[in-house]
Ligand binder design. Sequence first.
Ligand code: ZN
Length: 326
Amino acid sequence: MRGDFLTTGAALAAAGVLALGTGCAAPDPGRGAPGAPFQVVTTIGMISDVVARVGGERVAVRGLMGPGVDPHLFKASAGDVRRLAGAQVVFFNGLHLEAAMGEVLEELDHWKPTYAVTDSIDRGQLRAPAEFRGNYDPHVWFDVGLWERTVPVIVAALSRLDPAHAAEYAARGASYGAELRALDAWVRRRAAEVPPGLRVLVTAHDAFNYFGRAYGFEVMGLQGISTAAEAGTADVQRLAGVIARRRIPAIFVESSIPRRTVEALQAAVRSRGFRVRIGGSLFSDALGDAGTPEGTYVGMVRHNVNTIVGALAVPTAAAAVEVGDE
Ligand code: ZN
């Protein structure tokens, strides 16, 4: 919308971004003393982590969306716009994940290196669910093999910014890529511990479809791909019926979605005479706290997989107590 564009443009102009594009004598944003770390701003924590691994001590990474923050609904504050304006390079997910930041990111792209890390992924490998009306499913990080494709984008971007250390970025990118391939193999081994009939993942919103596709789980979300639309009573009842009928032992809450959404589902299942457990909390669209294992991409994936496998790969009798069964 025109109004939004003007607002965004005005905010960026105020922050000094637009002046750079007009060839004014403004200094490069964020450039400190020679040898000082490059100022990088990202959106979600998963991207911050890859950039930090590839960039090492040569980058200072600032993620706008911390633990528990929902990227679908996140709006850039005046402070965020200032941080973006001060960055030397910006990385975001793309595929409309950062839906409410679209205008800001588009505008920023005219003035400084701004990269959607998912641009490197072959469109044919992206999910294009009908209910998402012509857009792709943005939650690519749950297929570890797909997420690995973001590493070369970041290596190339940092090398362009800092050609003198390109070999270093390439080496760190290669080593992190190998770590992700080992993680992918580990997820496959763990997923195979769940009996095929129980490989059903029920969560608050549809973040896990890439996970399901890559590792053989059927995925059912209470909300759609974006959290912008709240789950209605009909959705809850429909999903509750499926869970009770198929005796799915556990459902999961998500770190960036209110817990009550899943608790309402649990209550609806119970009213149908089946008791489903909440199998634990999964990180979906945000990492855990910095300094904890879940504060890294690898640690977050491991936590999710251990939680899912731990809740589903147990004998059904122990996992679910049926109430009022005939
Ligand atoms: Zn999401």
